[in-house]
Write a protein that binds this ligand. Structure first.
Ligand code: ZN
Length: 261
């Protein structure tokens, strides 16, 4: 998604040439070329695939819609298994007007329901807490602590957390929660970009590392001290950067990663 203007094949080719270790693949990208072709591209590149992004969206007011969400999560797990991804990233969901307590209960139920399927397919599920600005309609899981509570409730080595600095950098308990996640072996992923105080769009004007105010190096040091040794994933949604020459943008991304992560 970071180089949204490129096809999967262009991304895989450019990343492999640049010595980047892996690529997480969005489901719409897999579906655009078909699973077989996506597998061929990714295998051919030699890149690791940390994650298939994304499923979740568990809460719904009516139970048939919750069932649709469960089926969709199983499909995402199938896609991850076929493409060789370690995990599926869960954007947990929220319904405007539904009490957050109810949404969180439905999320925990939904994860509990699909977890055996993930386990059978050897695909991890990574709960990604989203910034509280999304609590109304995108995710009722907004802090590391809420994600931890679901992990504690369901206790499985196939269930953990994706730490995205854009969503959790403000959390006063972040260092402690990262340490606890390390102790629980639930630190599955680490996503980086930057929070621009002068952002034009909270969804699609994320900053390149260094363009904003997140102390990414410190958060990375906490994650690594807690035992995380996976790939650091650059995840930038940005109309501004998508409109640029993508080779230049990739060059800038590598430089920003080197200097600011
Ligand atoms: Zn993320």
């Amino acid at each position: 998604m970071t180089n949204k203007s490129w096809s999967l094949a262009q991304c895989a080719d450019a990343y492999a040439k640049a010595g980047i270790g892996g690529i997480s693949v969005w489901r719409n990208v897999i579906e655009a070329v078909g699973t077989d072709e996506a597998v061929r591209i990714v295998r051919g590149s030699g890149l690791k695939v940390p994650a298939v992004v994304r499923s979740g969206f568990f809460p719904a007011s009516e139970s048939p819609r919750r069932q649709v969400a469960l089926d969709d999560n199983r499909r995402a797990i199938d896609q991850a298994a076929v493409i060789g991804a370690d995990m599926v990233v869960l954007v947990c969901g929220a319904v405007p007007g539904m009490p957050l307590v109810e949404a969180r209960a439905q999320i925990a139920d939904g994860i509990a329901t699909v977890l055996p399927y993930a386990t059978a397919n050897k695909v991890k599920l990574a709960i990604e807490p989203l910034h509280p600005m999304y609590a109304a309609d995108r995710s009722a899981i907004n802090r590391m602590a809420e994600a931890r509570m679901i992990c504690e409730q369901l206790r499985s080595k196939w269930l953990g957390i994706a730490v995205d600095v854009y969503h959790v950098w403000w959390d006063p308990d972040l260092e402690r929660e990262i340490r606890l996640a390390g102790e629980m072996d639930t630190l599955f992923a680490f996503h980086v970009c930057d929070w621009k105080p002068d952002t034009a769009d909270l969804l699609n004007d994320r900053g390149l590392m260094g363009e904003g105010c997140i102390d990414i190096k410190t958060i990375r040091s906490w994650v690594e001290r807690a035992g995380f040794n996976g790939l650091c994933e650059v995840e930038i949604f940005s109309h501004k950067h998508w409109a640029r020459d993508q080779d230049e943008y990739l060059k800038d991304t590598l430089k920003a990663f080197e200097e600011r992560v």
